[in-house]
Design a protein around this ligand. Sequence first.
Ligand code: GAL
Length: 458
Amino acid sequence: MKHFPNDFLWGTATSSYQIEGAANLDGKGPSIWDAFASIPGKIKNNETGNLACDHYHRFEEDVQLMKNMGVKAYRFSISWSRVLPTGKGAVNEKGIQFYSKLIDSLLRAGIEPWVTLYHWDLPLALQLEDDGWLGSTLPDHFANYAKICFDRFGDRVKSWITLNEPWVAAMLGYGQGVFAPGRTSNTEPYRAAHQLILAHAKAVTIYRKEYGHQNGKIGITNNADWREPLTLNQKDLEAAERALEFFLAWFADPIFKGDYPQVMRERLGSRLPKFTDQEKELIKGTSDFFGLNHYTTMYAAHHNGRLKESSVYGNGGISEDQDVTLLQDSNWPVTSMNWAVVPWGCRKLLRWINDRYDQPDIYITENGCSYPDVLVDGKVDDTLRVAFYKGYLEACQQTIAEGIPLKGYFAWSFMDNFEWASGYEKRFGLHYVDFETLERIPKKSALWYKEVISKNGI
Ligand code: GAL
């Protein structure tokens, strides 16, 4: 048995648009995901999050299921437009009540709420009136919304995450256009990212200045895959490092070190916005922990002027900026997202973070996999998912044994849900959801995870 430290935080995670449903209920305003999903052809089978898992009505049942699993923490996100229907202005008290009840119910069940303030569902009004994340007014609007959340929930919520995966919001939303708001550009991702970073920093500054007495912690969650050099050739070594810098350090360097990575500044020139000295000061040091979402690994090679890659996400039309070709090893097993299962990549990434950012407390705020689970005699035998979790948790345990301060792990996801552009076909949950009856059924992996948590080891 490989043990984890006694205070290791075991959790599961979800996000508002992916599970809540109740898209138009009780005063909620539309978000960019409501709008995007309503455009034919944007989402697999033209599905939407209108109903999703109907968590809005079934949250008590969901909290009980989590309690049964023995999870110590639950990471969920607040829908900005449920709290502020147009992103600014008057508060929707019914939205506040919903999250307040959810938080109380979690606390009664002995589960720590970990609250993400922004998991991509921007109020539509801010897209239309303020140009979304390209708008210079967004950081202040976000900070104002965050303040309302600290004010209303901060007496009970002690762990805050400002943004979930700003890389995805910027690259898939403004580069590739496959996620809301559906824009394609090779400059807008850098501009959107800039405003996202400022928004994060402003919210954290308010929390620290005005809500210090709440004694909570606050940080950001970035996503990153591992990039393994294809060969030991110097050019490939540099390409892999560069790929990580354009991916993770793009966001983490300003926040942990004060500015964008040098390689980005050099290569992008005037396409990369600049922080003023005052902004650098504001941003630096604004994360109490390193939140990481990690799913897969790819080989990276020097691009050599010709692009031929089997990238998982693609590079949003800005691959040229990096000069990196990404490749998968055909021997690696893959999930139904075609993401390779490579636990040693997770271990290497955790080391890279530990070294580059001077040993921050790390929380894996998402890790998991999608497989085409089916019900047979009322049960789901998701053996592959169990194997996935076992591999990655072993990697986590080894990382801790090396002395790296990895403090917690949130499995993505608590239950099957709306998987963005892939709709409901991709099943990431520890619980199977029958999307017709909305019944939740624990999968084999849920029972296995419960055992890991109760023994605090694998
Ligand atoms: C993350 C995202 C989640 C979930 C997961 C699986 O990027 O934060 O919302 O969809 O990927 O694709």
